[in-house]
Design a protein around this ligand. Sequence first.
Ligand code: ADP
Ligand code: MG
Length: 602
Amino acid sequence: MSAEFIKILKKYWGYDSFRPLQLEIIESIYNNIDTLALMPTGGGKSITFQVPALAKEGCCLVITPLIALMKDQVENLRERGICAEALYSGMSFKDQEQAINNIIYGGGKFLYISPERLLTRNFMSYLDYINISMLAVDEAHCISQWGYDFRPSYLRIIELREKFPKVPILALTATATPSVVKDIQKKLGFSKKNVFKKSFERKNLIYRVRFSENKDADLLSLVNCCKGSMIVYVRSRRRCVEISNYLTIKGIKSTYYHAGLSPQKREEAQALWMSNKVRLVVATNAFGMGIDKPDVRLVIHLDIPDNIESYFQEAGRAGRDEKKSFAVLIYNNTDIKNLKKRISDNYPPKDLIRKCYESVCNYFQLAVGTGEGQIFPFDLIDFCDKFKFNAIQAYSSLKILQSCGYIELTDELNNSSKLTFTMDRDDLYRFRIQNQEVNDIILFLLRNYTGIFTTYSRINEKEIARKLNITPKEVYDILVDLSKRKIVSYIPRKKTPYLIFTTVRHPKSYLKIKKEVYSKRKELFKRKIDYIISYATSEHECRSIFLIKYFGQKDIKKCGECDVCRLKNKGLDESSLLYLKLEKDKIQYNSFGEIGEKKDKC
Ligand code: ADP
Ligand code: MG
């Protein structure tokens, strides 16, 4: 069979051979065995489900967390002449239907879907008509509460498995510690353990750490040495813009990317950078997942991330083409202090969590024993103002209350406008006849959003405007007017998230904050922070070994190129390292100097 797989690889991707472990993974899943593939970022995970899916009959369902990532992959497959579709929230009913039809009747090979959409009744009803060949779960670490990016909706993938017990699962991830590896297989209901793990060693990637009291200047000198494509990661959206402006003033063209930008702005920034029109992007951690740019030569972190997983993944975006590249972490003592503060920011004292619960109930004027199922638009800042909370701690408290099952806080992004009709059919019919000017829009709503007559449907004003040839503002005005006249109930898209009470209001003293969602997670969070701080501050272990050890891999050789190895290679023993600490700046600058000497390589 392997010849067949190579043929497919050559035909659609033009590659001659598989990378290490790809073929083994492909064979395993092709033989319908549940498989977990662990490969570092850039290792080539996508091919491991795409090739067997093309060799099998039917359609491969791909579960992946981010819409941007989905769109990218779908486009990428289409460019290769492969029929692929994506379903995500915000798509109109019509577009969804067309996508599904393409899969069912058009021989579609890949259907990408976000985990939240997967288990909607609407989608489940389509599933019976799709011949599912296999299930690919990308970024599979999201299923584990022990991972660094837990997404509760991933836990429900198992329900799909129960519905289609014969469909094999291929889970993919770039970062998983031994406990996460176990957890993924358990939560996905693997029939037996089956893990393929590619070494996390990235021989072409050189890790460096630099202590710096003047980050901006150090950043500039680093950036100036590098001719290739670069990413600079910073922690906050504000810093993201500031650093990008700073670099621009210094004559280095850059763009920036963070989750607070409009989708259009984000796409623009990404496109500029992907096409090499701009070499440098300053970004928050919102940037990167699934971005496949092979020739990134330098990834700089100007702040220390929360954990090794994130660092490894972000740094790993350098050098996907396996050519020499650098990952540099620049830090100082303020970073360490801030990082430690994040523990109490993310896990405030239990009393404060309880107080926050009580206040939020009061904010919405819910009496004890009432409120179950109620939804409110929620303005965190206003709430914090009124009840004198620190916004970060309040947000964390609400998230913990969510994990405890008392409330749900929806993300900003998922908030499309919602609408339902409140008038009965006969009255509506009369109303339409008497109000011809709004008849078009009412008809459009009824035809394009099934169920809208009885329950809220997500609507898209822009799309309605386009179809009816009016402006989105006009659509908005009409809908507000219809709402005032009690024809519809219209909840316009809001920047603020919604807060949903999933249970009745409990008396404060009855609130249960379980160990699993609080003390255990807090401890884990703290351990992760301690580990990454020791990565930054340690001066005795090869950076590559330090990072990879974290993922449970032993037997790796020293890289010989990181700042620690370089210092050691110069014949310095431990005691002189201590002395060198004083002169650290100078010495480490020299080790960067190499980037400067070989400008063309970087
Ligand atoms: P991952 O998901 O593991 O981060 P991707 O699947 O995005 O990685 O692949 C990274 C890059 O490697 C892509 O550009 C992909 O086309 C390329 N690639 C994957 N497999 C091979 C191969 N066998 N030969 C050459 N390039 C490959
Ligand atoms: Mg990937």
